[in-house]
Design a protein around this ligand. Structure first.
Ligand code: TXA
Ligand code: MG
Length: 355
């Protein structure tokens, strides 16, 4: 398949919206930026169209897609019930990086919902995503625009690398602002459950709703040392090894000095090292990547997937990473890093992992 690439900067937003609308209405695939990561979109209301997403990504078809909408009134036909808790969350966080799970109406095909009777919906705040969704007027099913298993895409170059020849259209809208996927909350249970940590934190959800629990399978202790399969996460996508660079990745936690010494003792000249600005000078410059400053966790979220992809270009045989812990968005960052590591987490000096 020939893949057309359009740039918002060079071709203009109007041309981009027109091209995406044409592709979606013809049942094709177009990748576009959102505020979290790039998404790979298709018409979400026709199963034969959303099915093409699974093929393009090499994604298992039991892994449901998120429907993206450009305006709140598009939500109501997609679901059988909008609880008051959802109205409160939408007032607080939409448009923005929060995905809400509802009971699905019959017009949403099971191909889109991965066979589930529930459906995930999100209204992105990114001006390009929002303009495209408003222009085409249909709910767009869109997972992250990466090949299944690889790190999500936060720059147009990542999307071009993964999806050229597999999709009709790629929209270059520059680097995305946040860099980790949306927070997911399930409102179909008696008590709201956070299924995936993201930019909107558990505490923020609780401040709007009161009680919100976390799916136990996404907690750090659950991912460490597990393939995660035994814990049956409620978001089907959270069970797969994910975000993974090609070389095996191990994360070290403990006292700062100890972690640096350990990594230095284990590395050889084919080892990639993932660190932060504050520690960059401790390591040999070649094959060491800084993901951002400890003082600025948002920079770490922004750069994480790009950093993981850099190691593939360097062709290292193993990757050693420092723990990138921090509060708030730190949960989302460590969730992605530990998934990328397949649970390989080493705690030095008997330090317990924080949860
Ligand atoms: O930020 C984001 O959410 C990005 C951008 C493109 O919007 N999208 C994204 O989609 O991350 P994806 O497909 O890569 O991840 C969606 C996650 C998967 O783990 C999937 O299993 C879960 O959402 N999910 C979707 N529908 C669900 C449902 N009805 N019940 C439980 N989990 C669901
Ligand atoms: Mg994904």
């Amino acid at each position: 398949m020939e893949t057309r690439i359009l740039s918002v900067e060079k071709d203009g937003l109007e041309a981009v919206c027109r091209a995406c609308t044409e592709v979606f209405l013809a049942g094709g695939l177009a990748a576009f930026p959102t505020e979290t990561v790039y998404g790979l979109g298709a018409d979400g209301l026709h199963g034969e169209n959303s099915a093409k997403i699974y093929a393009a990504k090499g994604r298992p078809s039991d892994n449901p897609l998120i429907l993206h909408i450009g305006a709140r009134d598009q939500l109501y036909p997609l679901v059988t019930e909008v609880p008051e808790s959802a109205e409160k969350l939408m007032d607080a966080f939409w448009p923005g990086p929060l995905t809400i799970i509802f009971k699905k109406a019959d017009i949403v095909p099971e191909t889109t919902s991965g066979g589930l009777s529930t459906i995930a919906v999100r209204m992105p705040s990114h001006p390009v995503a929002n303009a495209i969704l408003k222009a085409c007027g249909i709910p767009i099913a869109a997972p992250s625009a990466n090949l299944s298993g690889r790190p999500s895409t936060t720059r147009a170059s990542h999307v071009i690398e993964d999806l050229t020849g597999r999709v009709d259209l790629i929209i270059d809208g520059g680097d995305v602002p946040i860099g980790v996927e949306s927070t997911i909350i399930d409102l179909t249970q008696e008590i709201p459950v956070m299924l995936r940590p993201g930019y909107v934190t558990l505490e923020q959800l609780q401040s709007v709703l009161g009680e919100v629990i976390e799916d136990p399978a996404i907690r750090r202790e659950s991912i460490i040392g597990h393939t995660n399969e035994v814990l049956h996460p409620k978001a089907p996508g959270m069970k797969y090894r994910h975000y993974a660079p090609k070389a095996p990745l191990t994360v070290f936690s403990g006292n700062e000095r100890e972690v640096i010494e350990k990594i230095l003792s284990l590395m050889d000249d084919e080892t990639g090292i993932l660190t932060v600005d504050e520690h960059f000078s401790e390591y040999p410059e070649a094959r060491t990547v800084s993901v951002g400053s400890l003082k600025d966790p948002e920079s770490i979220a922004h750069n994480l997937f790009d950093a993981l992809r850099k190691f593939d270009e360097m062709q290292v045989t193993k990757i050693l990473s420092e723990d990138l812990t921090d509060a708030d968005i730190g949960d989302a960052i460590m969730n992605r890093l530990l998934k990328a590591a397949g649970g390989n987490y080493v705690i030095l000096g008997g330090k317990k992992p924080e949860s």
